[in-house]
Design a protein around this ligand. Structure first.
Ligand code: APR
Length: 311
């Protein structure tokens, strides 16, 4: 079988880390694409990563490019083209500028890589992945947004820290939009099979939920010139890997809902199965009334942003 091809659209902070992790995991050869103004940046990152491949013997290569033709034939595309937040900004504040970029990116994907599995990372996440699918006209099962893996990973980290236990045994799920009213499902969280609600008092649980919801802003506040990039890159790679290796992992991701959760025609964060067929399944766990209400609140924020998108 031929080596897989991974197209990374945007060679900034997240894009560079995506390229590095893809090579270190031997997922495939990487095309690191950016605009002409960033040609030196992507060619430099490609050369730098290729030069580290000798150290541990990686056989995959990175190419920096500003030509969409080089992206053609990608099995997976991950989009990080767009502007990150600065302190005090919400993800929604990025809508106008990043939508302009997404129009360009989505039209080029339609033209050059209509068969790829496409993962969007650009913010505001749920609106950008909606625009991506509408403009590119790719089939709904081949387009997803990365947010839930990152939000869940943040939540699991805070849980493991609070318990002083290994993060390996924390099982959790964060549902909903990638915003301050995302819904960490505390009731469904287990640590080594033991319900989290039996391990931590209510006030601790509430503090962890709050810190998870504001997890992105906490990083923006620390970095000041941009937003998180290590954990977002790893999170997107786990989705790409599940597709490329047909792992069929169940991961939270923004997928197009058509009636599930009472939502129709919007991308929203829910557990999905990702395999060689793209989004192969959408799961719908039973929620109680307060979880349903929290999810509805999150959906209303997503809907407000998406409805303001003029395509
Ligand atoms: N096509 C391709 N790349 C583009 C385009 C375009 N039309 N417009 C901008 N870019 C590139 C920029 O040149 C830059 O190199 O996107 C890259 C973005 O990189 P960073 O500014 O470092 O941003 P990053 O931290 O990687 O975040 C990217 O992901 O998490 C989200 O909110 C974040 O929307 C932001 C995106």
């Amino acid at each position: 079988t031929r080596k897989k091809k991974i197209g990374l659209i945007g060679g900034g902070q997240i894009g560079g880390n995506l390229a590095l992790i893809a090579v270190q995991k031997s997922l495939g050869d990487v095309m690191l694409f950016d605009i002409p103004a960033a040609e030196g940046l992507v060619k430099g990152k490609a050369l730098d990563i290729n030069q580290l491949s000798a150290v541990d013997g990686y056989d995959c290569r990175v190419t920096g490019t500003t030509d969409w033709k080089d992206v053609a034939g990608s099995d997976v595309i991950i989009i990080t083209a767009g502007v990150p937040r600065k302190p005090g900004m919400s993800r929604e504040d990025l809508l106008d500028i990043n939508l302009k970029i997404m129009r360009d990116v989505a039209a080029n994907i339609k033209q050059h890589a209509p068969n790829a599995f496409v993962i969007n990372v650009a913010n505001p996440l749920d609106a950008m992945v909606f625009a991506l699918q509408k403009i590119s006209e790719l089939p709904k099962h081949m387009v997803v947004g990365m947010a839930g893996v990152l939000d869940t990973s943040r939540f699991k980290f805070f849980v493991a820290e609070a318990l002083g236990s290994s993060i390996r045994d924390v099982e959790a799920l964060v549902l909903g939009g990638h915003g301050d009213d995302m819904v960490p499902l505390v009731r469904h969280t287990t640590v080594g099979g033991v319900p989290l609600t039996e391990l931590l008092p209510q006030d601790k649980l509430e503090a962890i939920v709050k810190r998870t919801r504001e997890g992105g802003a906490e990083l923006v506040g620390l970095y000041k010139t941009g937003s998180a990039y290590f954990a977002p890159a790893s999170s997107a790679i786990s989705m790409a890997e599940s597709f490329l290796l047909d792992r069929k992992r169940i991961l939270p991701a923004a997928a197009l809902l058509e009636g599930q959760y009472g939502i129709n025609g919007y991308f929203f964060g829910v557990p999905v199965q990702i395999g060689a067929g793209g989004v192969e399944k959408i799961l719908t766990p039973q929620l109680n009334d307060s979880e349903k209400a929290a999810l509805e609140k999150s959906f209303q924020s997503v809907k407000k942003t998406v409805d303001s998108v003029k395509l």
